[in-house]
Design a protein around this ligand. Structure first.
Ligand code: ACO
Length: 431
């Protein structure tokens, strides 16, 4: 059996806490677990699903409760590839039939070509009915996609749920599980041409029509479809998508508690301004956690508003961590720009195009960019929040050059060489 199964806490007879101990965290237990007897699933094994506890974007204070069993535990999924095994071939036939039934406007030959293509993979939700095993009815829903790891995105070619199972939440589960799997393949974005009547579904899965990836990253790789709308979805690397409703609930709860705690106390009191000698004799610049917290707590009204020593120390610590991260990012970004500047074919990208000399440049290029401007933005410190943003600017620079100069000249050749170089170092732009 080549199933890549969602861990069933029931099957393993483990409480969520026990699963935590055994699997290295409740969120890792929601990753794909494969059957070791499978000849094909080894390449798909996602061992390190990102933990929501690694991030403070998920719940306040990183306090996500242990993962309780949820509806994802009872479904069977598989990553299906054309590896020649009988099981996968049967499943690929099932997927092809499902897509052909649910996407009647798509030519059947085209669906078959992509589904069986070895560069494409499909995530399938399988029926739990043992009678249906080994027949193409086994497939409840599927998404067929092709990953472009060097560009860190994947194109979703087909997505469908069988007619009798639609609007029961399988479409959402498929997409959430695919997002979790994609992270393990280094995918940062999904892109798809959504059928116009499926745009609502994709929007609910976090897709947007505002594509933020620079065209150069996907143009020429994915096919244009008439009658479809191009949509993109950013896949956050640290979110456990099987727990999104719980996370939102926890965040809502946290905010409500804070509001209630605030309003229960007197929030109408106006305190007099601090006297000029309030901090006399103290090192106000010191950012030692305890000292900074004590100074803040001494301000009249702060403790009355519900702040505690622990809160204040945590927020000073967070601020320090965030400063450290910013410094690290800045030095990483400068190193990346300098790496690109050192390439021999980057000479024409080092300075802004002189638009006094090249008078029609801005008629053609809407958003000019060059290495010196990038460096200035990095040094200013408020422009690039991620390495990916710098990568996007680099790709924009390459595309601007190609667009303005056209093929068959030195500038175009430099742009092509730089593009290849950027593709080769693209993993360095991963956070
Ligand atoms: N338009 C607008 N909203 C939709 C649509 C739609 N076509 N389909 C589902 N939704 C909404 C649901 O109402 C639900 O909303 P809620 O969370 O507020 O309750 C949400 O999207 C998720 O619904 P699920 O039950 O998880 O989705 P479902 O299992 O029905 O799967 C899918 C959705 C895949 C679109 C399914 O309806 C289907 O197979 N349709 C036919 C094939 C199709 O159109 N596929 C997409 C073509 S584009 C492409 O493949 C790249």
């Amino acid at each position: 059996m080549s199933d890549v199964e969602i861990l069933s806490s029931k099957k393993r007879k483990l409480s969520p806490d026990a699963a935590h101990e055994e699997e290295g965290g409740p969120s890792s237990s929601s990753a794909f677990h494969h059957d070791s007897s499978s000849p094909s699933s080894s390449t798909q094994h996602a061992t390190s699903s990102p933990s929501p506890n690694n991030t403070n974007t998920t719940t306040p204070n990183n306090k996500l409760p242990p993962r309780p069993p949820n509806t994802y535990d009872n479904i069977r999924t598989a990553i299906v590839i054309n590896d020649g095994t009988r099981t996968n071939l049967i499943r690929l036939i099932g997927l092809k039939s499902l897509f052909a039934r649910q996407l009647p406007k798509m030519p059947k030959e085209y669906i078959a070509r992509l589904v069986f293509d070895r560069r494409h993979k499909s995530l399938a939700i399988l029926s739990s009915d043992p009678e249906k095993k080994d027949c193409d009815d086994e497939i409840i829903g599927g998404i067929c996609y092709r990953a472009y790891p060097e560009m860190r995105f994947a194109e979703i070619a087909f997505c469908a749920v069988s007619a009798s199972q639609q609007v029961k939440g399988y479409g959402t589960k498929l997409m959430n599980l695919l997002k979790m799997h994609a992270v393990t393949e280094g995918i940062e974005f999904f892109i798809t041409y959504a059928d116009n009547y499926a745009i609502g579904y994709f929007k609910k899965q976090g897709f947007t029509k505002a594509v933020s990836m620079p065209k150069g990253r996907y143009q020429g790789l994915i096919k244009d479809y008439d009658g479809g709308t191009i949509m993109e979805c950013y896949v956050h690397p640290t979110i456990d998508f099987t727990r999104v409703p719980e996370m939102i609930q926890a965040q809502k709860q946290f905010i409500l508690e804070r509001i209630r705690a605030g309003t229960a106390k007197s929030d109408k009191v106006v305190y007099p301004p601090l006297p000029p000698d309030f901090y006399a004799g103290q090192d106000v610049k010191s950012r030692a956690e305890k000292g900074a917290a004590e100074r803040s707590l001494a301000i009249p009204g702060v403790s009355e508003a519900g702040w505690t020593m622990a809160d204040l120390m945590a927020s000073t610590r967070d601020a320090k961590d965030s400063d450290k991260k910013k410094h690290q990012l800045k030095s990483d970004l400068l190193a990346l720009v300098s790496k690109v500047q050192d390439q021999q074919y980057s000479w024409c990208f080092r300075d802004p195009v002189d638009t006094n000399e090249v008078k029609d440049y801005l008629d053609v290029v809407g958003d000019p960019i060059d290495l010196k401007t990038m460096e200035k933005r990095i040094r200013r410190g408020d422009w690039y929040k991620t390495k990916h943003m710098l990568f996007s600017d680099m790709m924009k620079m390459v595309n601007n050059c190609k667009l303005y100069n056209g093929e068959g000249n030195t500038y175009y050749d430099c742009a092509v060489s730089l593009e290849k170089y950027l593709a080769s170092i693209s993993p360095m732009f991963t956070e």
